[in-house]
Design a protein around this ligand. Sequence first.
Ligand code: XMP
Length: 514
Amino acid sequence: VVLVVDFGAQYAQLIARRVREARVYSEIVPSTMPVAEMLAKNPRAIILSGGPSSVYAEGAPSIDRALFEAGVPVFGMCYGFQLMATTLGGTVDDNGAREYGRTPLTVSKTGSTLFEGTPAEQPVWMSHGDACSAAPEGFTVTASTDVVPVAAFENDEKKLYGVQYHPEVMHSTHGQQVLEHFLYRGAGIEPTWTTTNVVEEQIALIREQVGDKRAICGLSGGVDSAVAAALVQKAIGSQLTCVYVDHGLMRKGETEQVEKDFVAATGAKLKVVDAEKRFLDALAGVSDPEQKRKIIGREFIRVFEQAQLEILQEDGPEVAFLVQGTLYPDVVESGGGTGTANIKSHHNVGGLPDDIEFQLVEPLRQLFKDEVRMVGQELGLPEEIVQRQPFPGPGLGIRIVGEVTKERLDLLREADAIAREELTAAGLDRDIWQCPVVLLADVRSVGVQGDGRTYGHPIVLRPVSSEDAMTADWSRLPYETLAKISTRITNEVAEVNRVVLDVTSKPPGTIEWE
Ligand code: XMP
């Protein structure tokens, strides 16, 4: 394992991903972890991430010198670089040499381990106030910029390396190469980590964990739960039952896709619960978005628990495990940690016996989203599932502004299917993050169709681009595609006489309308 020591501000996750892209397994650890504990993990190399602090600021995170003396190769980036410099006796000061953004870097030494084979001048991404003016003893300065004399250094004998910039961001055009040089040449690691290994390793672990007991898994139709279920299915076969709650708020063909494609690809035992009526009854007369969300969440849990109860009552070994599609970013964000959590299911709501506790099986908890997609591919899941764009749990229920009724859902399903079809036909699926299609059910406007007046509803297209859904921009879709979608929706969907485009970023708008 390669440890990425996290000094804050999201850099560590990106570095960990880049290491894995170099086919080396990596894990993130907090900078507060004692060095002895880090070394106890037997890391093949350690990377110190960037961070928001100045090394001289009060309370700034530091690192025990022992880390550099353990014989483990270390690569410091940005804050990690400055920390390495100051800890080992170099000089970092606030000399006003600020650099932010794209900066030309001059490689000053040939034969450098990190820069071998990269251009003498290369753009790098900088973000720092303080700067290193003298490298520690025993280090060779390998690169500089116009304002920073020491922008990179290395001590090949001790296997210690550092760069002032952020090699992990794509604007540092040779960053990945430099990182790989550290891993392969500096630390002597072989690039052997692949999703095939992950699948094999996880299958063995799941078999060991579950033994001859049974497990259940809630399928939402999304990528994560589908891949988690497929992996567990491969490990324990018929000991797994998947539960899919059809709340009637799914898009056209979605339930059928789960029923058909997922089962065909995995052979999993699937229990589909048709709960449309239950959800629509519960939603009747409700227009308030928060109230809708609460009702949908509550009903979902009730239906899922009912299904659990039924499975518990079927003959067979104990049902002791609940499979969840937790991803690595979720794990890191909730403070890291290992070991399996025990959760108590909501027995007070669904009427499960008090003493039922599920142990969690979380086979994706080491993986990033793109890696989950690769595992899904490896397991033979169809593209439609593996490359799915995000879709909210409450489904179309929060894409109808106004009361949710069966008629309105059917109408929105048609419009949404047309939009999706045309976006796919135009080859735009990978360019957009997702494209909610929203029905303004409480709004009517006048139109003319044939020779007659219409008084119908608008449909809103909300195509967005995003990296993590926290922020988003509206996608500049080609006019021809928008025209096609508009023409088809107004022609083919009764009651809709207008199609409008949402050109709001997030913030201030959210991606969904409710
Ligand atoms: P917003 O609307 O908050 O959406 O900008 C951000 C992302 O989250 C999705 N979303 C949800 N996903 N349950 C989910 O599983 C929900 O209740 C939910 N609400 C929003 C949304 O589609 C977007 O990708």
